[in-house]
Design a binder for this molecule. Sequence first.
Ligand code: UD1
Length: 362
Amino acid sequence: MKVVSVVGARPQLVKLAPIAAAFAQTDHEHVIVHTGQHYDANLSDVFFSGLGIPAPDVHLGIGSGSHGAQTGGVLAAIDPVLAEGAPDWVLVYGDTNSTLAGALSAVKQHIRVAHLEAGLRSFNRRMPEEHNRVLTDHCADLLLAPTEEAVRHLAAEGLAERTVLAGDVMVDVCLRIRDAVLSGQHPRPALPEGIDPDAPYLLATLHRAENTDDPVRLAALLAALAELPVPVALLAHPRLLARADHFGLKVGQGAVHVGQPLGYTGLIAAVLGSVGVVTDSGGLQKEAYLLGRACTTLRSETEWVETLAYGWNRLVPDPAALGSAQWVATATRTAPEADRGTPYGDGHAAERVVRILAEHLG
Ligand code: UD1
C-alpha cells in the first residue's frame, strides 16, 4: 500500500509524527508532502527534528496568503504530485486550508482520500476551520474519527457508512513526549524572558482568526491576560504578532511575558511546568487535559467537548463580560481532582489508522 500524507501547518506535523512512526514499522510506502503553509522554522522545521519525522519527500512552498490564494495554490501545486505518485490513499489531517486542498485534489483525480480527525464540529460558521472540516468530510472516502462525539456528528450528516472510530493520534504523541520529559530526557524549555520556571506561571497562546483579526476583540483579550495576578508565558504565533503590530497593540503588557512558539517537546514541558493554560488552540486544550492542567479557552465553543467535563476546560469567550474577579478566579483555578477517563483513546491510534487504511483498500 502506498499512502501520501499531506501536511502544512503546525498541528498537522504533530499528528504526522505518530503516523510516520507507525508506517515505519510496516512495509507500506509512506510519502510526505508538505504544502509550505507554515514556513517559519519554529512552526515547521523544529517539529520534524524534534519529533523524528522523516524530511518531506515533496515541498510545495505555498506560504501565506488569503484563504483562496492559499487553498488554490496548494490545489494547483499538488495535482501533478498526486497524479504522478498514484497512491492508494491520500491522508489529510485536521482542518486547515492544506487539508481541504489536498482532499479536493485527490478526490477529483479519483484517488481515495482518508480524513484524519474527521467529524469535529464547532458549529461556528465564522471559523475558516469549520468550513474546511465539513467540506473535507463530505468529499473524503474514509472518515477516521477521533472520538465517539465525532462519530455522532458524522452520522447526523449522513456519513456513518464511511466512518471508523480510530481514536486520537495526538494522545499517542503527547503521552510519549510527556514520559520523556518527566524522565529528564530533554532540556528545560525556553520560556519567555521574565518567567521563572520554578514559580507558578500560566501558559498562554492566542492565534485564531476570530480572536486576532478584530482589533477591539484582540485588545480586550490582551488586556484580560495582562490583568492576571500570575505571570503569563505567552508563546506568540507569528499571526498574533503580525495582527497586533498592524493594529498598533502592545502584546507584552502587565502580567504577560512574550516568547517564541516552542517545539513540541518544549511545549509539553512548558505545560507540565505551568499551573494552568489559557488558549484558543484546539490542540493545546487537549494537551492540557491529557497532562492534568486546568484550561481556560478563549472561545465560545470547543470541538473537544470531552475536556469540559468536571471543569477541566472552561469556555470564556469574553473575559470582560465575566467581570474582573470572576475572570481572574476562572483563569487561575486549580486543576479539578475528578478522573478524566480516556475519551481520546489508548495512545495506539496511529497503528490503528495504518491498519484501517490497509483494510479499506478494496
Ligand atoms: C493555521 C490554520 C489553523 C491552525 C493554525 C496552527 C487555516 C485556515 N488555519 O492558522 O486552523 O490552528 O494554522 O498554527 O488553515 N505566518 C508566519 N509564518 C508562518 C505561518 C504563518 O509568519 O510560518 C503568519 C503570516 O502573517 C500569515 C498568518 O501567520 O498570514 C496566518 O497564517 P495561516 O497559515 O494563514 O494561518 P494560521 O493562523 O497559522
